[in-house]
Design a protein around this ligand. Sequence first.
Ligand SMILES: Cc1ncc(COP(=O)(O)O)c(C=O)c1O
Length: 287
Amino acid sequence: MNDAAPIVYLNGSFVPLPDAKVSVLDRGFIFGDGVYELVPVYGREPFRLPHHLARLQRSLDGIGLANPHSNAQWEAIIRDLIARQPFADQGVYFQITRGAAKRDHTFPQGVPPTVFMMSNPLATPTREQVERGVAVVTAEDNRWHRCDLKTISLLGNVLMRQLAAERGAVETVMFRDGFLTEASASNVLVVIGGEIVVPPKDNLILPGITYDAAVEFAAEARVPVVTRPVPKAEALAADEMWLTSSTKEVLAVTTVDGTPFAGGRPGPVFRKVWDVFQKRKPHAVTA
Ligand SMILES: Cc1ncc(COP(=O)(O)O)c(C=O)c1O
């Protein structure tokens, strides 16, 4: 057991967590003005890092903030941080805000961004969650219309996750105007008649890196994938429903709003794709 304070990265330096300090005028604190990424790391090897860095660039472009680092620099910082942790499987979280400036909605000029990075032990699903599936609740999606940007302004998602927690569920699956969007911190895929059906990566969902991985692994498992809007009624009558995210990997939904879903156990298509996922992730460890 290592009791030393974790080492984190802040604006060019690696420091113990208690020494990482940011101004109260930081626009991340004042406005939630920033973007973030979370990269899963297996056996000290980041999974799909280029995909995460490409999405980071997309999020930065979406909020008009210059990328402070090249991809090679990001990778060097990330690998350095990984090497400084006492555990091998990690979730590397990093965020960039528009920096500290006098409070004014308009972008400040000439202010350096704040770059923060930390790494926590990777909390992948338990064996029981994989084998039995998990519970979700449903709600109308009331977030803004740029859910494709991975911004740190997460209040809408926070409230949705809290709703799930209060009802003993792991996620809230959301619908907007009668169509499936995603969950508070996961994408949602369904299986209908042997095909995986995924909502399109439009402005209403985060383009999940694990969603893409699951679609690729489905091809490897010879399961057809169709991308199209999923009406709520179809989603709730689907043969299978899965959550995907960097920490959940692929997880079957077996209870919806307190009622057993899809027979109350993970389906055969889930098993196939989960198996490929376990083989493809770096230094595969079985759950
Ligand atoms: C709202 C939302 N959708 C989807 C995802 C899944 O994205 P990824 O697979 O890249 O982790 C996340 C991840 O945190 C999320 O917050």
